[in-house]
Design a protein around this ligand. Structure first.
Ligand code: AMP
Ligand code: ZN
Length: 470
């Protein structure tokens, strides 16, 4: 089955063909580490995770690069306000970001390059643009990209040439479509930068935001790669500027497929830090919602549709996941004889629907419908006592397959915890205490007792242990 994605560059759904068969190079614009990411940001990262997992599900080996923007207008502004050195200020939010993505079941990227570790590569890239005549230093000492020299400028965001103001300059990292202009590659140091700055052929200063992604993607994925993603708000100016810089410097097509995810909304408005209408992941977790429940809400809608965030959706997510948990538990308890034939067709159909929904531009909503279908059939057969152990096993196996992409079903979580009787856990705790007191005779006696109840105990470093059913 062929994977198809909506390519923003062409504004149509296209079959996906990577440059190297079986392998995918993918660049995803990462967080600006000046605050805790909000769940709108996480909609984008979860979408990218679903994309990555889907590619893997279809057998591709993925090399994903996600940058960390640890120097730009916002990080400098807020680190100064906090009275902290930039590095120290951003370190806290980098760490928080990694904690957050773990709790949302996001698979780690292969590389997380930080902008401040790649200043030399950015300077080198700007030098190439200077040599090739695409960049110039203006009287304000900043270096700008001349959009006039790049006839394709505006192709991604569909901006007509008449609306472009070549020669007019803008040096803010973020700006709107109606101020299309030559943008800053290198920003000359000024007072607001405090002690942030690097020496360059154009004097002390710092890189513009856009050049960061061009330099870091080139470093880890080369001059031409498969997929570049981000939220729709990244399309202009960020991605437009990245394309201009990269294609001007490398001399050819830079990225084959551009995928953009729509916004997470709150009461009809884009969730955003600047509007102040946002929840961080931490806000929601403090209210008792789990990463699993939040992820389920975020993947429920197709990535190219706006998604309105509500607490009702979280309630529903909790209910749905609890129902799946109960179904998993039920499947494990079924011991009736048989060969599984009674549900084989439903399992095959559900896996087929799941696969074809994802192949169709990551239609997660339709993919999830396949989960509900199979769950319903399995429960119905179980109700009528006609589901065999083999059939129940094949249902669980199918859900483990689904979870390679869904990521938060945790099909075997209940078994790991609930199947261990309290009596066994209590003995294991007593044994841990005996070991701590170096009473090894008692510890061995308890191990034997645990074994008589049908469990083995494996010791791990630091006094931890793991119980397993024999
Ligand atoms: P930033 O840290 O502002 O560069 O944003 C990080 C990522 O989150 C980018 O890919 C943005 O496009 C994305 N993003 C920001 N706000 C939202 C939102 N409300 N819904 C979906 N994605 C968003
Ligand atoms: Zn970027």
């Amino acid at each position: 089955m062929e994977l198809r994605f909506f390519n923003t560059l062409e504004r149509r759904v296209m079959p996906f063909h990577p440059l190297v068969p079986g392998e995918v190079g993918m660049y995803t614009c990462g967080p600006t580490v000046y605050n805790f990411a909000h769940i709108g940001n996480f909609r984008a990262y979860v979408f990218e995770d679903v994309l990555r997992r889907t590619l893997e599900f279809f057998g591709y080996r993925v090399r994903q690069v996600m940058n960390l923007t640890d120097v730009d207008d916002k990080t400098i502004r807020d680190s100064r306000a906090a009275g902290l050195p930039l590095r120290e200020f951003t370190a806290k939010y980098k760490e928080a970001f990694f904690e957050d993505i773990r709790s949302l079941f996001i698979e780690p990227a292969e590389v997380y390059p930080a902008a401040t570790d790649h200043i030399a590569q950015m300077i080198e890239l700007i030098e190439v643009l200077m040599q090739r005549g695409y960049a110039y230093q203006s009287e304000d000492k900043c270096v700008y990209f001349s959009i006039d020299k790049f006839p394709d400028y505006g192709r991604l965001a569909r901006i007509d040439r008449e609306n472009q103001r070549a020669g007019v300059r803008i040096n803010a990292d973020e700006y709107a479509k109606d101020s299309v202009a030559d943008f800053a590659l290198w920003k000359a140091w000024d007072e607001a930068d405090g002690d942030v700055g690097w020496e360059s052929p154009w004097g002390r200063g710092r890189p513009g935001w856009h050049i960061e992604c061009s330099a870091m993607s080139c470093e880890y994925l080369g001059h031409h790669f498969d997929i570049h993603t981000g939220g729709v708000d990244n399309m202009f100016p960020h991605h437009e500027d990245e394309i201009a810089q990269s294609e001007a410097a490398f001399g050819g097509k830079w990225v084959n497929y551009w995928l953009h995810c729509e916004h997470l909304m709150l009461n009809g408005e884009k969730m955003s830090k600047s509007l102040g209408n946002f929840y961080t992941l931490r806000d929601l977790r403090a209210k008792g919602w789990s990463g699993r429940e939040i992820r389920w809400v975020l993947i429920g809608a197709h990535y190219r549709k706006k998604l309105n965030f509500t607490f009702d959706a979280l309630e529903q997510s909790r209910e749905t996941l609890a129902r799946f948990d109960a179904m998993f538990q039920r499947m494990r308890e079924i011991e009736a004889h048989g060969d599984g034939a009674e549900i084989a067709a439903a399992v095959t159909a559900a896996l087929g629907h799941f696969r074809s929904a994802l192949a169709d531009d990551l239609n997660t909503a339709a993919a999830i419908a396949a989960l509900f279908e199979l769950s319903k059939t399995a429960n119905k057969l179980a109700d009528s006592g006609t589901l065999s152990a083999a059939g129940a096993g094949s249902v669980l196996a199918a859900f483990r397959e689904f979870d390679r992409v869904i990521g938060c079903l945790e099909v075997d979580r209940v078994r790991a915890g609930a199947a261990i009787p309290a009596e066994v856990t209590a003995l294991a705790e007593q044994r841990a205490a005996a070991r701590k007191a170096r009473n090894f005779a008692e510890s061995d006696r308890l191990r034997d007792e645990i074994a008589r109840l049908g469990f083995t105990i494996e010791d791990a470093p630091g006094g931890a242990y793991r119980l397993k059913k024999c």
